[in-house]
Design a protein around this ligand. Structure first.
Ligand code: G3H
Ligand code: ZN
Length: 286
């Protein structure tokens, strides 16, 4: 019998490991990610941003994840990643997602609190143990290859410890995603180093599990330190997108006459599996 997502996160906190959260835009990515997870037998979270959700379809995504979960009795969960307003969060939870991230970092602090509180209240009213995550501090917006660190990301936009305490207490969120030197996307010259001390301090004073966004491009050492410092979930997207695109490009170039999608797309599935397996081994200390 699989446990709830909340319980798997609690377990990760206790074991000082992190659950991998991987974004998908299509079925191939789901196959690649799931193959890797099953091989290692670890829980995973599949994430859909508003854009990814628009492409796959909310109900389709829920049906897929539920079908796999029930068929294999496997801890695979679905998260509404970076949803920007109450209606979008509500729609995702109504459709059957296990959790949602209300991303209101572009709003003034107090408005972020008001919107987040509204989402938490709605999630609680459903009486089915769905989780709400919120973000504090800016880390950029896109899962893509970046020429430089995104504008507006720096020391001054990192999460302040006192803000985090106040925010968590006021909103009663289940999970907090802080800005601790992480950025969305992969910076061509290398991603910045994480502020491990800041993670430690936030974890010491906030009584919620912490989520690290912008995992692509972070060094293995930084990941290990971040998990030790108190990170319980890690998001990866750009690395999956790059693996998919490169494998697809190579196959099409090498096989110009092939037209069967299941043949064309298999190397992309395999490439995603490889990326995810390496990340899951690291996150789960395997
Ligand atoms: O929510 C999605 C993630 O934070 C992905 O970030 O594209 O840098 O891996 P990434
Ligand atoms: Zn993110």
């Amino acid at each position: 019998m699989i446990k709830s997502l909340r319980e798997y996160i609690k377990e990760a906190e206790e074991k000082k490991v992190a659950i991998g959260h991987f974004n998908i835009s299509n079925l191939e990515a789901l196959h690649g990610i799931y193959n890797a997870a099953k091989k290692l037998n670890v829980p995973i979270i599949i994430g859909l941003s508003e854009g990814e959700e628009g492409f796959i379809g909310k109900e389709e995504a829920v049906a897929l994840i539920h079908a796999v979960r029930e068929r294999d009795n496997y801890p695979i969960f679905l998260n509404a990643d970076h949803h920007y307003n109450f209606e979008k969060v509500k729609e995702a939870l109504d459709a059957g997602y296990d959790s949602a991230i209300v991303d209101a970092v572009q709003l003034p602090f107090e408005e972020n609190i008001i919107l987040t509180k509204k989402c938490v209240k709605y999630a609680k009213s459903l009486n089915k143990d769905v989780l709400i995550e919120a973000e504090l501090g800016f880390i950029g917006t896109s899962s893509k290859l970046l020429d430089k660190i995104p504008d507006g990301v720096g020391e001054e936009t990192m999460t302040k410890v006192e803000d985090a305490v106040y925010f968590v207490k006021e909103t009663e969120i289940d999970l907090l995603a802080p800005s601790v030197g992480n950025v969305h996307g992969m910076v061509k010259g290398g991603n910045p180093k994480l502020d491990i001390n800041r993670i430690k301090k936030i974890k010491q004073v906030c009584d919620v599990p912490l989520v690290l966004h912008g995992g692509s491009g972070i060094s293995d050492d930084d990941f290990r330190e971040a998990i030790k410092a108190g990170i319980s979930i890690i998001h990866i997207n750009t690395e999956i997108r790059v693996a998919y695109k490169e494998a697809l490009e190579k196959y099409l170039k090498d096989n110009p006459n092939e037209v069967a999608p299941y043949k064309i797309l298999q190397p992309a599935v395999d490439a995603i599996e490889k990326v995810v397996e390496a990340r899951l081994k690291l996150f789960n200390n395997l």
